[in-house]
Ligand binder design. Structure first.
Ligand code: PBG
Ligand code: ZN
Length: 322
């Protein structure tokens, strides 16, 4: 008989042979920053997540600092009346995200500030690219994404994370960054981003739901695993420094395959719907939140993620420090 239980008999031995550990350094915490003043607005479908105006950011950034989380992912939300077909606010020097980045880097220079690069929060129609006759245009969108990435880098972003899923965006953004003097700004590419119902609560948080149709003509079909490898390969060739699989839990097979195939750091995005399902069940007292979150995050790391972008980051950091 093989006695596997020898190594399970007490906490010390179990700890000694543990294959996967979480660290607060694994986490990136997403933050929603909204144009306006004196706003801390709860996101209805995401318990304990808020939209902050810039003047209210210290509240959450101090918490990030205290928890020893080293990086955040920033999503800017412009005023509705400032959205337009060209997503002008996405790449304007005084856009909400640019102002937020400048504020954060001036006051919290030690926090790694990653900015999402996508047009959906800034377009009047809520799609991630330019639209003509109900078609989401690919090539016409690339210059706008490039301008957005450059303007965020100029504002002080430490890293840019394109999430739009247009073809060729990584090379377009890389070229633009390089030619504008941002050779050292890394790109974390949302490479295998699936068209997922798990983004539902995020669209409440970011006011970014498309007003017609859906995102299936640019985000990936969740039936496809091998296609994800092609997307990731292309992004690496185009110059991505870090690649991402998103969402997390229903896609750990994709993450595992990809991380075994490509020698590059992998990030995974534990998205809004995954967060809210856990929160909802925990609030009912149906599950043990700390144990469930730990199990989920360990699974992501075990599958190959180096970096975990998660709304659970603050709470998990607290649990890890106990
Ligand atoms: C923007 C973007 C989305 C998310 C990250 N960047 C939404 C979408 O594609 O509709 C989702 C994040 C989450 O659900 O937590 N394109
Ligand atoms: Zn988008």
């Amino acid at each position: 008989m093989k006695r596997f239980r020898r190594l399970r008999q007490n906490e010390i031995i179990r700890d000694l042979v543990k294959e996967t550990r979480l660290s607060v350094k694994d986490f990136i915490y997403p933050i929603f920053v909204i144009d306006g003043e004196n706003i801390k607005a709860p996101v209805k479908s995401m318990p304990n997540i808020y939209q902050y105006s810039i003047d209210k950011l210290p509240e959450i950034l101090e918490e990030v600092k205290r928890s020893k989380i080293t990086g955040i992912m920033l999503f800017g939300i412009p005023k509705i009346e400032d959205k337009d077909e060209l997503a002008t606010q996405a790449y304007s020097e005084n856009g909400i995200t640019q102002r937020a980045v400048r504020y954060i880097k001036a006051n919290y220079p030690e926090i790694l500030c990653i900015t999402d690069v996508c047009l959906c929060e800034y377009t009047s129609h809520g799609h991630c690219g330019m639209v003509k006759d109900a078609e989401i245009l690919n090539d016409e969108t690339l210059p706008l994404l490039s301008k957005m990435a450059v303007s965020l880098a100029r504002a002080g972003a430490d890293m840019v994370a394109p999430s739009d899923m247009m073809d060729g965006r990584i090379s377009a953004i890389r070229k633009a960054l390089d030619s504008e003097g941002f050779k050292n700004t890394p790109i974390m590419a949302y490479s295998a981003k699936f068209a997922s119902a798990y983004y539902g609560p995020f669209r409440d948080a970011a006011n970014s739901a498309p007003c017609f149709g859906d995102r299936r003509s640019y985000q990936m079909d969740f039936s496809n695993g091998k296609e994800a490898l092609r997307e990731i390969e292309a992004d690496i060739e185009e110059g991505a420094d870090i690649v991402m699989v998103k969402p997390a839990l229903a896609y750990l097979d994709v993450l595992k395959n990809a991380a075994a195939t490509f020698n590059i750091p992998f990030a995974v995005y534990n998205v809004s719907g995954e967060y809210s399902m856990v929160k909802a069940a925990a609030m009912q007292g149906w599950i043990d939140e700390k144990r469930i979150v730990t199990e989920n995050l360990i699974a992501m790391k075990r599958a190959g993620a180096k970096i975990i972008i998660t709304y659970h980051a603050l709470e998990m950091a607290k649990w890890l420090s106990e």
